[in-house]
Design a protein around this ligand. Structure first.
Ligand SMILES: Nc1ncnc2c1ncn2[C@@H]1O[C@H](COP(=O)(O)OP(=O)(O)OP(=O)(O)O)[C@@H](O)[C@H]1O
Ligand SMILES: [Mg+2]
Length: 257
């Protein structure tokens, strides 16, 4: 199966025993798009991203990433993709610089470029001076930054980012957002999941709202407004309407009783 899209998900279902984590998903993402997956906890976002990386196998369906069938050649996909998992599982017994050095070597980044790229990223994300410390002594945000740098280092054509700005301070989050914009101009595709609706609204070309494994709505902000019949609304109201959690006042009142 070859495909003109950066990501092509055809008829994909993922079941964990009885539980349907992703249900008959069909989704294509264009080269150079920044695409957001939104949805309540447990709606299937991380499962979808893991399937794109070949880390989880679909129960049914086909997935093509950058022209490669993920099921047939997961290694080829991983070479061209930068992935930030939801909870970075990084080697905590290494220092930041040792880890990034190791990742750069895995991807075969030439020694001449390696040091410069790592130094630039450490500086941009304000980790300079801490790169010699063990990763297990880092804060959550610092670990996330190391995970982001390790995804960007080899200049991948596709970024798969599971809650990439989670735990980042505003300045670092802004730098990463600006970087994603710059990379888009160079033709890099990004698919990310987030709970921060402003990020999806401001940064992403298209948004998919997932609920219980299904894509409830998909499109640009304009299209989502039309779909929810809420022409002047922001993403938060649309999200709450579509995911059936609109009547929050009653929930809060119940909690306070
Ligand atoms: N390894 C697993 N074994 C069993 N069930 C799983 C496994 N991984 C995920 N699930 C289930 O699949 C569903 C989707 O989970 P997933 O992690 O994809 O959600 P999510 O949208 O990323 O949620 P969150 O916003 O909390 O990160 C959940 O019901 C979850 O319990
Ligand atoms: Mg998740």
């Amino acid at each position: 199966m070859s495909s003109p899209y950066a990501v092509d998900i055809r008829n994909v279902t993922k079941r964990y025993n009885e539980l349907v984590a992703v249900n008959t998903m069909n989704l294509t993402i264009q080269t150079g798009e920044i695409f957001a997956l939104l949805g309540p906890n447990g709606s299937g976002k991380s499962t979808t991203l893991k399937m794109l990386m070949g880390l989880v196998q679909p129960t049914v369906g086909e997935i093509n990433v950058l022209g490669v069938d993920v099921l047939k050649d997961p290694v080829a996909v991983k070479q061209q993709v930068g992935y930030v998992p939801e909870s970075p599982n990084i080697y905590e017994f290494l220092t930041g610089i040792e880890y990034l050095d190791f990742i750069a070597d895995i991807y075969g980044i030439p020694t001449s470029e390696k040091k410069q790229r790592i130094t630039e990223y450490l500086k941009a994300l304000q980790l300079e001076g801490r790169e010699g410390d063990m990763i297990n002594s880092y804060s959550d945000g610092m670990k996330k930054k190391i995970s982001l740098i390790s995804a960007f280092l080899h200049k991948p054509k596709l970024l798969i980012l599971d809650e990439p700005l989670n735990a980042l301070d505003p300045r670092s989050a802004r730098i990463v957002k600006d970087l994603l914009h710059e990379l888009k101009a160079q033709g890099v595709t990004t698919i990310l999941s987030t709970h921060v609706l402003e990020i999806a609204e401001a940064l992403c070309d298209r948004i998919a709202i997932m609920y219980q494994g299904n894509i409830l709505a998909l499109g640009t902000m304009e299209e989502l407004r039309g779909r929810a019949s809420m022409p002047n609304s922001g993403l938060e109201d649309i999200f709450l309407r579509l995911t059936g959690t609109g009547d929050l006042r009653a929930v809060v009142e119940e909690l306070l009783r």
